[in-house]
Design a protein around this ligand. Structure first.
Ligand SMILES: *Cc1c(COP(=O)(O)O)cnc(C)c1O
Length: 349
């Protein structure tokens, strides 16, 4: 048995999901003729209380389309320093939209509204860069699946709104935040001008994300999606997987969260400094190997030899992600392997 904890993107579509894809009604989506895509876009827009949504092949593209409509060339987007938009989209905002970014740093990526607002300088005149938007990532991926406190989101939104600064939500894992916090998707949607969501992470679809906003912004985004070469044709077969994922795979994220907590408890029981189980709110466990004689890469190689695949995301940072394709037996196996490795990594000094 291989237990793949590198990411929640590694899930493979179930037989039932494949059946839903096979029977999807389709049309040419570049002509807006694909009924399954249209209904998915409608459905997801309504989930967040918005007018419209646009289906994209990746979450990065959904983020980039949102940024494109919010921030003009030479203007500024403010992000947390470990956010996906600034660390994992390969400079797309600068490359495609000509925008600049500044960042604030937050422990575990946890939002404190004041830290973001301190940087914001809208309408800076002819000598300094003007801030036009702030991005919030929920849950925060590299922060370890951190759920953003709703009170901080509210505070950020109310001040940003009074400054005329727009908010973008990178909600690749907003489903996990929703299940963990019990805050509704509608409530999350209220505070943001644009939202991106992924169907291909914990929800288990093979591909697919959406950018959600006003009709006007989504219409603009359609032009840019086509310009970027991501106009898609009979893509209802993929949208059908998205519908299936929304029908079946949101509430079950609780299981992933409980399993992540188990992994954290197991690792913490061997070396307490690697992870604090109380901080594990969703499906991501970051392991801090500081103080061990192995780096994250070596740890990942040894784990793989024992059939457990983990992500080495920093010199001493290992990431474990639970998902649809890891069951309780997988967690037991992974716990045993990780405990053994941690013992060796920290004792062999
Ligand atoms: C995965 C992810 C994305 C989008 O990733 P794609 O691989 O482009 O689909 C965006 N933001 C966050 C926080 C993510 O984890």
């Amino acid at each position: 048995m291989i237990v793949d904890l590198r990411s929640d993107t590694v899930t493979r579509p179930s037989q039932e999901m494949r059946a839903a894809m096979m029977s999807a009604e389709v049309g040419d989506d570049v002509y807006s003729d694909d009924p399954t895509v249209n209904s998915l876009e409608d459905r997801v827009a309504k989930l967040f209380g918005k007018e419209a949504a646009i289906f994209t092949p990746s979450g990065s593209l959904a983020n980039q389309l949102a940024i494109r409509t919010l921030v003009k060339p030479g203007e500024e987007l403010i992000c947390e320093s470990n956010s996906h938009i600034v660390r994992a989209e390969l400079g797309a905002g600068a490359t495609f939209s000509g925008i600049t970014t500044r960042t604030w740093s937050a422990n575990r990526g946890m939002l404190a509204a004041d830290e973001a607002l301190e940087l914001a300088r809208p309408d800076s005149g002819p000598y300094l860069v003007s801030t036009t938007a702030i991005a919030v990532e929920n849950t925060h991926n590299f922060g370890g699946g951190t759920v953003q406190p709703i009170d901080e989101i509210k505070r950020l939104a109310s001040t940003a709104n009074s400054m005329g600064v727009k908010l973008h939500l990178d909600g690749a894992r907003i489903w996990n935040a929703h299940v963990a916090s019990k805050v509704s998707l509608l409530e999350y949607g209220k505070y943001f001008e644009t939202v991106s969501v992924c169907l291909s992470k914990g929800l288990g679809a093979p591909i697919g994300s959406l950018m959600i906003s006003t009709k006007e912004r989504v219409t603009t985004a359609r032009v840019w999606r086509k310009r970027y070469g991501a106009g898609m044709r009979q893509v209802g077969i993929l949208a059908a997987a998205g519908h299936f994922a929304l029908d079946r795979n949101i509430e079950r994220l609780e299981d992933d969260h409980a399993r992540a907590k188990k992994l954290a408890i197991a690792c913490n029981s061997i070396v307490a400094s690697t992870v604090n189980p109380a901080e594990i709110e969703t499906n991501i466990v970051g392991l801090d190997l500081t103080g061990s004689s192995w780096n994250a890469g070596e740890f990942a190689v040894k784990a793989k030899e024992s059939g457990v695949w983990v992500g080495a995301l920093g010199p001493k940072y290992v990431r474990l992600v639970t998902h649809l394709d890891v069951d309780d037996a997988g967690i037991e196996k992974a716990s045993a392997v990780l405990k053994d490795l941690l013992e060796r990594a920290f004792m062999s000094k």
